[in-house]
Write a protein that binds this ligand. Structure first.
Ligand code: ADP
Ligand code: MN
Ligand code: MN
Ligand code: MN
Length: 346
């Protein structure tokens, strides 16, 4: 038997953005445990905005687990928060009720700032560094400093060790701003991996005395870029059948449901979605081929392939909850009948 270190992770009850929490328990197993072998575990919900002090127990239900290469015999255990009965989802547990579909694929592009001493990493103590321009995908100390790349490389390796489908990294437009991409098949799988990748990044940064700033416009109404979490998506139907008529009906449904999308695309998004700097206006829906100023960008490859492939919703922001973002996209897609469904109904 081997003693494993199980790090149970969950989302707390803070609003509008939950925080990641984690605590460790040690359990003995013959080998790397299966998900089914991981027990329910309790925590003090009164310390996480998830219960009143008088009756404070909440339960953690393991839903996905990953090897943790930072620890000897380490396991990262993503959990859903349940009521004390262990079966009723807690009100803060969005994952329990989202739409999911293995045929729906999501690629999230997480942008964020490294922060040190209350300002973006590399910013001088007062004033600003040279204006943005050379930082995006930049190389050299002047552009990216000496620590950021070390962190993003370590983060990449830790995610790959965990089996997370981390797909890439780039330095972003603002100084101290970076991006990583996570791709997954199914909304729960893609979103679980995004939350665990965020956890790994935040934990990794502790030893560098650096924080991650996920706010979508940390530098306010300046020319400095905000942070998004573009959601690239495709369904089985979009990849294999598609077609211009279906695509146009889909875009009409996205327009119709604008408010429902914005409601889960992250807080303070009005600060970012101004219609300037390659963003769409928050109250208008638009789409365009290779248009980075549209709500939804339609890749050239999509149009060239008879309207088949994936689309990029550019509105979700860096603080958005990938569970709710993916679910809302699926909800809107599901409201549009495919040509076969329309024929069957006629
Ligand atoms: P850009 O910065 O140009 O918008 P990225 O390369 O950062 O693009 O991100 C593109 C994302 O699209 C990747 O995360 C990738 O996984 C995702 N993607 C590619 N093909 C599909 C697909 N068929 N369905 C869903 N997502 C996809
Ligand atoms: Mn990108
Ligand atoms: Mn980007
Ligand atoms: Mn993008």
């Amino acid at each position: 038997m081997t003693k494993y270190k199980l790090e149970y992770l969950w989302l707390d009850g803070y609003t509008p953005v939950p925080n990641l929490r984690g605590k460790t328990q040690i359990k003995e197993f013959d080998g790397f445990p299966t998900l089914e072998q991981l027990p329910l575990w309790g925590f003090d919900g009164s310390s996480t905005m998830q219960a009143e002090g008088g009756s404070s127990d909440c339960m953690l239900k393991p839903v996905r687990h990953f090897p943790d290469s930072t620890r000897k015999n380490g396991v990262l255990v993503m959990c859903e928060v349940m009521m004390p009965d262990g079966v009723t989802p807690h009100a803060s547990n969005k994952r329990a009720t989202i739409l999911d579909d293995d045929g729906a694929w999501f690629g999230f592009e997480q942008e964020y700032f490294f922060y040190k001493d209350g300002r973006p990493l590399g910013f001088p103590a007062s004033g600003y560094p040279a204006p943005q321009g050379p930082y995006y995908c930049g190389v050299g100390y002047k552009e990216v400093g000496s620590i950021a790349r070390k962190i993003v490389e370590e983060h990449l390796d830790l995610c790959l060790d965990a089996g997370i489908n981390h797909e890439g990294i780039n330095a972003e437009v603002a100084k101290g701003q970076w991006e990583f991409q996570i791709f997954g098949k199914g909304s729960k799988k893609a979103a679980d991996e995004m939350w665990v990748a965020r956890y790994i990044l935040q934990r990794l940064c502790e030893k560098y005395e650096i924080d991650i700033e996920y706010h979508c416009k940390p530098l306010g109404a300046t020319d400095w870029n905000g942070s998004g979490m573009h959601a690239n998506f495709s369904t089985e139907h979009l990849r294999t059948v598609g077609g211009k008529a279906y695509f146009e009906a889909l875009m009409a449904a996205f327009k119709e449901n604008l408010d429902d999308h914005i409601a889960v695309y992250g807080p303070d998004n009005h600060m970012r979605l101004t219609g300037k700097h390659e963003t769409a206006a928050i109250d208008q829906f638009s789409y365009g081929i290779a248009d980075r100023g549209a709500s939804i960008r339609v890749p050239h490859s999509f149009v060239n392939n008879e309207y088949k492939g994936y689309l990029e919703d550019r509105r979700p922001n860096s603080q958005g909850d990938p569970y709710q973002i993916a679910s809302q996209i699926l909800k809107t897609v599901a409201s549009v009948p495919t040509s076969e469904e329309a024929k069957a109904a006629a």
